[in-house]
Write a new protein. Sequence first.
Length: 409
Amino acid sequence: MHNTAAMLIELGAIILALGLLGRLAGRMGFSPIPLYLLAGLAFGHGGILPLQASEEFTATGAEIGVILLLLLLGLEYSASELVTNLKTQYPSGAVDFVLNAVPGAVAALILGWGPVAAVALAGVTWISSSGVIAKVLGDLRRLGNRETPVVLGVLVIEDLAMAVYLPILTALLAGAGLAGGSVTLLISLGTVGAVLYLALRHGRLISRAVSSDNSEMLLLVVLGLTLLVAGLAQELQVSAAVGAFLVGIALSGEVAEGASSLLTPLRDLFAAVFFVFFGLSTDPSDIPPVLLPALLLAVVTALTKIATGWYAARRAGIRGAGRWRAGGTLVARGEFSIVIAGLAVGVEPRIGPLATAYVLLLVVIGPLTARWTEPLARRLTRRPAAHPAADPADPADEDRTEPATHAHA
């Protein structure tokens, strides 16, 4: 009884604090994500007042938050759009890998951590945070921007690449032979391919089976299906986030629109819990010794991500400000980087604190670069600035278009 009461008190305090921090961020005109993270850091292990009774529930809520963020992203686009993005943007994915994975690998080798740790740190610096970026796009009202499909295309390529990268890394860390690693990789690729095939060929049938005029039934079925697929994907060595994204891709039409409106409040709640949990799980005393290398790595890879987004938007025919917005939006790292570092600490314990400091820096800097990269670039080039969060339907902004949900019609 005492444990239950303590858990309820802690959860109530966390959720109330999230609401107050969100209001403060809204009044100050920036994303609440950095405040959520700093709050988690203050009340986590080694913080001012560690929370313990609600830790397990918060960890589960954080997992659900990432899943819902990626599900809602998937609902914005159809399976055909996903395949088109993959076909047209794979060169951008290759540039993304070279510009952002190489600095991490080089840093690990310079620090003398060895080749396996280099592969792990390359993944930490390579993968942007789909969860953070999804929240930032919503906060800045940019889901209707012309560059947003480019940003999502890069994120999708990265998330799908995890289906190849994570099995390889796991095999390297375990010292597994070529045969064991190959079997795991084939299972991962087969899972992703099967889900994509079902979404492309039978997406309408899936939507029809899920559809319901009763909002309660629709919410339960979509949420249950998403969690089930995410769990199965995780069991098959594919990211749960990728599984949730593919469920969103498979749903279309009125089902996608109805599910999006019903799940948005849940997404916002659990996404906030995810960012708080990230801070809660970090011991502040581990950060100072690795702060300088983490800061240098963060500066270098923030610039390389901006270059990646600029290049990808340029290839897609986006002009002017949209290129800079795409670059600034991609800077944040998050959930995948922490997962990769968690796998690698058994081989190189120092990679954990470095990755934590690195991600904390970029998850705070990322929402700021998303907002200010374009105005800063315009000022440096002495061009008149459009408001970064202009209304999506505003025809005055040449880099904006209608929201992508029309693809499900």
